[in-house]
Design a protein. Structure first.
Length: 66
């Protein structure tokens, strides 16, 4: 069986996110490549949010119940 290779590029706010996959089923390869590109976009958005609103680790106080 031949292997189909798919590369997908998503553009969001001027930035491009690529996803790539290879599979004997071209539909599966397309879906995997699309999800890969979406994951890269999501990771970039999460990184941007962390830069704007960094999460501070706060100590947790444990109080014994009565």
């Amino acid at each position: 069986d031949a292997i189909g290779e798919v590369t997908i590029r998503l553009r969001h706010e001027g930035r491009v996110y690529s996803g790539h996959s290879a599979n004997t089923d071209i539909i599966v390869a397309s879906a995997e490549a699309y999800v890969n590109a979406l994951n890269r976009l999501y990771a970039a958005l999460q990184s941007d949010v962390e830069k704007i609103h960094p999460q501070k680790s706060q100590p947790v106080e444990v109080v014994a119940g009565s």
